[in-house]
Design a protein around this ligand. Structure first.
Ligand SMILES: Cc1cc2nc3c(=O)[nH]c(=O)nc-3n(C[C@H](O)[C@H](O)[C@H](O)COP(=O)(O)O)c2cc1C
Length: 221
């Protein structure tokens, strides 16, 4: 059996290739990826780290709810999402009126909420699959960090399967909604949630571009 750190050079090169190929893909072909590939992606999410203390080392602390496009459930979720975003948009605007910092910094976010309320959220109903990941709430409250690790694993796996993926972070704002939770089959308030959309990419973008590594390091001597 291979030692767990016995990673070959070929494997390392493949990993670098996946890291650089990973992009946000927001538009998809109509073709539906097979369930097995979605299960492989979810399996990668399960292997992401979790906060042992917060989940009290229980085995079933993370759930994955897959909602395919063109289902009755998705139709309802699109409507629920728009209603939630309308309430959030109005609440945020009145917060902005009271808070000078939000007034200065929150304009783009406010516009985004308005757009979501009007047209819905990109990734919810616009991709072959919308996946919600739910992590049991606990203490310390680090569930969103945990979900970010999970989503990154899923994203890299989707990339290695030639599937497109984008984050749907508006999902996190819908955790308290009872109708949404009912469709997901979870108890509202019991989980932190986040989400992503997956399908075959309409177009393949170029590899990511980032600053030179040396330019962002400060080696303390
Ligand atoms: C915390 C966080 C939330 C994000 N939320 C969304 C989102 O809701 N929808 C989306 O399409 N992209 C979302 N993104 C993706 C970023 O826009 C994207 O990663 C960035 O523009 C770099 O592009 P790349 O992913 O193609 O490298 C999010 C990224 C982060 C880190």
């Amino acid at each position: 059996m291979m030692n767990s750190l016995d990673i070959s050079e070929e494997c390392n090169n493949a990993f670098d290739k996946i890291l650089k190929t990973r992009r946000s893909i927001r538009f998809f072909r109509d073709e539906i990826p097979p369930k097995e590939l979605i299960e492989d992606i979810i399996n990668a999410g399960l292997f992401a780290p979790y906060a042992g203390l917060a989940v009290e080392n229980k085995e079933y602390f993370r759930k994955f709810i897959v909602i395919p496009r063109n289902t009755r459930a998705m139709e309802k979720i699109v409507e629920i999402t728009k209603n939630i975003m309308k309430v959030k948009s109005e609440a945020f605007k009145s917060e902005m009126d009271k808070n000078p910092y939000l007034k200065k910094k929150g304009a783009a976010f406010s516009k985004r909420l308005e757009l979501f309320a009007d047209k819905g959220v990109l990734g919810i109903g616009t991709a072959p699959y919308y996946i919600v990941i739910a992590e049991k709430r606990g203490f310390p409250p680090v569930q969103q960090q945990s979900l970010a690790h999970c989503l990154e694993n899923m994203w890299l796996k989707a990339t290695s399967l030639n599937l497109g993926f984008h984050l749907v972070s508006a999902t996190a704002q819908m955790a308290e909604d009872e109708d949404f939770s009912r469709i997901l089959g979870i108890k509202s308030g019991e989980y932190e949630i986040n989400g992503c959309a997956i399908g075959y990419p309409k177009e393949n973008p170029s590899e990511s571009s980032r600053p030179e590594t040396k330019e962002v390091i400060n080696w303390i001597k």
